[in-house]
Design a protein around this ligand. Structure first.
Ligand code: PPS
Length: 311
């Protein structure tokens, strides 16, 4: 795997020297880690996750950006970087480190002992997580959570391109094969089932410490969505300031800026910022696949979520 100067490929490190720290999902064609029974991105690491659960000290003003993969995490990270005094060219990934990832990927994560020392900017710190709502993400009385959900059909297609593009997954399947893996409650995909992830956080959507947003609403009404985030974390911004953040974090503007992930994607891969639209899944998957997905939503979700609020 290639990468920027100084980048140590953690997957190869594990495969070569730390094979017991992480195991491959059995009988699977995607290289995946497993930590505490949950399939995780190969970049994640058991010691880091355990340190996060046992040693991380939550502080008043901490906010976690929580998502199932491919649901609008990075654009949310790009938005909140402005809330902690960063400017347009600053790396969004390090303004809200992904603490489940090994600190051996220093462009996106930090060791937990370092995380504990990161000073709050005007009382705020941000972290990224794809973890389910338990352990370090359960109500801890101090942290807040911005949860972003995206239409699962679009997540599925985006996720397929994501996995195809990162050599660490070693995936040779096609979209039909991937769709079946997604439908199989993500037993062999990073962070498990989309239904479970969204469903668990949906139950928490009215809690005071949770701001539940839809990616689709962020596309339709970026100003309103950013204003909600700002109010939620206590970022006092004028309308003009919010307008500036809207402009800077549009798909077109973000695409002009380099993002670390593209440095470690295959040369022929789709870019990390691929399309940035709603409805790609419906247009790409077959009618039968769409029907099966919707039937699973109706069977799994109850109430408003089953009514498909993201369309
Ligand atoms: S990851 O790997 O889980 O962190 O991915 P994540 O950032 O959650 O999702 C990536 C998808 O979000 C799209 N994206 C955007 N959409 C709209 N506006 C902006 N600014 C933006 N930035 C990223 C990105 O293109 C991925 O979606 P797809 O459908 O693949 O294009």
């Amino acid at each position: 795997m290639s990468g920027p100067p100084g980048f140590v490929d953690p997957v190869m490190t594990w495969k070569n020297a730390h094979g017991t720290e992480i195991e491959r999902v059995p009988d699977n064609t995607i290289y995946m880690g497993v930590v505490q029974g949950l399939p995780v991105t190969p970049f994640c690491e058991k010691p880091q996750i355990e340190a996060l659960q046992k040693q991380f000290v939550a502080r008043q003003g901490d906010t976690w950006i929580v998502t199932y993969l491919k649901s609008g995490t990075t654009v949310t990270q790009d938005i909140v970087k402005f809330f902690v005094g960063k400017t347009v060219d600053d790396n969004p990934l390090m303004a809200s480190p992904w603490l489940e990832v090994s600190a051996r990927v220093p462009m996106i994560s930090v060791p937990i002992e370092i995380a504990n020392t990161i000073p709050a900017f005007e009382g705020r710190r941000f972290w990224k997580s794809h973890w389910l709502p338990r352990d370090h993400l359960a109500k801890n009385g101090k942290s807040k959570f911005i949860y972003v959900a995206r239409n699962g059909l679009d997540v599925c297609v985006s996720f397929f391109h994501h996995i195809k593009g990162f050599p660490m997954y070693e995936y040779n399947g096609d979209l039909n094969d991937f769709f079946e893996k997604f439908m199989d409650d993500g037993k062999s995909l990073d962070f498990g089932s989309w239904w479970q992830h969204v469903g668990e956080w949906w139950k928490r959507r009215k809690d005071d410490d949770v701001l539940f947003l839809f990616y689709e609403d962020m596309l339709d009404d970026p100003k309103g969505s950013i204003r909600k985030m700002a109010d939620f974390v206590g970022y006092d911004a004028s309308d003009a300031r919010i307008e500036d953040i809207v402009k800077a974090t549009s798909f077109a503007e973000m695409k002009k800026r380099p993002i670390f992930y593209d440095l470690i994607r295959s040369k022929d891969a789709t870019p990390f910022l691929r399309k940035g639209v709603a409805g790609d899944g419906q247009n790409t998957l077959s009618d039968d696949q769409v029907r099966r997905f919707e039937a699973k939503c109706r069977a799994y979700f109850v109430g408003e979520l089953a009514d498909y609020p993201w369309q």
